[in-house]
Design a protein around this ligand. Structure first.
Ligand code: SAM
Ligand code: DTB
Ligand code: SF4
Length: 337
């Protein structure tokens, strides 16, 4: 792909002038990140309104279908077998139980059901059950998302044929910082799986974590990688690290909330058509911080009191927050035409 010059961007709206989508340079993205906060938020909100209903938030629900005992060494994760986190490993959940949990989530207002497994990659013997979960949850009228680790081409194709809507596979941080966080796979492995998923017709859910001791340049470059993909991910989760006891990142210095909001705003500006999910870490955020994230363009959250192994705000708390902010759950999944 050719790198088009920055003057192809209309500075007011960030709209592409003249057709082709320009690629972001790190310098452009760093300059955005460093803008005066009010200017950055105004720009993000302006772009947000051009693409989405600013008061509608998509609601997803997560379920851990296979917990713990993971052979990967992700330095943030409670489910890695490399660390003593006090978590006990479980087997893959029964298909019927997954469908019953999804029905409860649907009845509580979630429109997308995300199923996560603590695997490096799925074993072929697990694929039948996983495909049955996709079909069963879809039959409830929900969108489906899975996050199962690395996939080969056949697995990605099988998930696509079963009707999976989204596959979540995060790049987590910049290519530069990646090896400080995970050593059992590399950044290129992540991109390979993302390519297989794209080729299978499944939409991408791909983002990362902030607050892992990375620099602002790492946050920005993670977003540059995502925004410069041939097609940016349709869903971009921005997780704030939930420090997990026993992991190498248990004592990482928390990210400044303003820097977190800047990261969300950049994601919105650089990927104007994507859903930006205010993902892990909301229990540690004030209402005001979440409100700023919504203003900066976040328009998706996880609902329900647990994520995979960690806590998430209780339903009452989110209902109150939505009422205070005049937000409503997004009923249909499409961005504005
Ligand atoms: N094993 C699969 C994988 O790594 O792709 C799927 C599950 S994994 C738990 C999904 C994502 O959750 C990770 O890529 C990471 O971005 C996020 N995550 C895991 N632990 C986290 C934590 N303690 N705080 C914030 N985000 C976390
Ligand atoms: C994503 O980006 N965040 C979710 C989902 N994708 C699978 C996971 C958050 C996990 C938070 C830590 C836990 O619950 O263990
Ligand atoms: Fe395993 Fe995923 Fe946790 Fe990494 S993030 S240790 S791959 S479950």
């Amino acid at each position: 792909m050719t790198l088009l010059p920055a003057d192809r961007l209309d500075p007011a709206s960030n709209a592409v002038v003249g057709g082709a989508r320009p690629l972001w340079t790190s310098e452009q993205a760093r300059a955005l990140y460093a803008m005066p906060f009010n200017d950055l938020l105004f720009k993000a909100q302006t772009i947000h309104r051009q693409n989405f209903d600013p008061n509608a938030v998509q609601l997803s629900r997560l379920l851990s279908i296979k917990t713990g005992g993971c052979p990967e060494d992700c330095g943030y994760c409670s489910q890695s077998s490399h660390y003593s986190t006090g978590l006990s490993a479980s087997k893959l959940m029964e298909v019927e139980r997954v469908i019953a949990e999804a029905r409860k989530a649907r009845d509580a207002g979630a429109t997308r059901y995300c199923m996560g497994a603590a695997w490096r990659s799925p074993k072929d013997r697990d694929m039948d059950a996983v495909l049955a979960m996709v079909k069963g949850v879809k039959a409830l009228g929900m969108e489906t998302c899975m996050t199962l680790g690395m996939l080969d081409q056949h697995q990605a194709k099988a998930l696509g044929e079963a009707g999976l809507d989204y596959y979540n596979h995060n790049i987590d941080t910049s290519e530069r910082y990646y090896k400080d966080v995970i050593t059992t796979r590399d950044f290129a492995d992540r991109l390979q799986t993302l390519d297989y998923v794209r080729a299978s017709g499944v939409k991408l859910c791909c983002g990362g974590i902030v607050g892992m001791g990375e620099t602002a340049a790492d946050r920005v470059d993670m977003l540059v990688t995502l925004a410069n993909m041939p097609e940016p991910p349709e869903s971009v989760p921005i997780n704030m690290l939930i420090p997990m006891e026993g992991t190498p990142l248990a004592n990482a210095a928390p990210i400044d909330p303003i820097d977190f909001v800047r990261t969300v705003a950049l994601a919105r500006i650089m990927m104007p058509d994507s859903f930006v999910r205010l993902s892990a870490g909301r229990t540690a955020m004030s209402d005001e911080m979440q409100a700023l994230c919504f203003f900066a363009g976040a328009n998706s959250i996880f609902v329900g009191d647990t994520l995979l192994t960690a806590g998430n705000p209780e339903a009452d708390k989110d209902t109150t927050l939505f009422r205070k902010l005049g937000l409503k759950p997004l009923e249909d999944h499409a961005p504005l035409a």
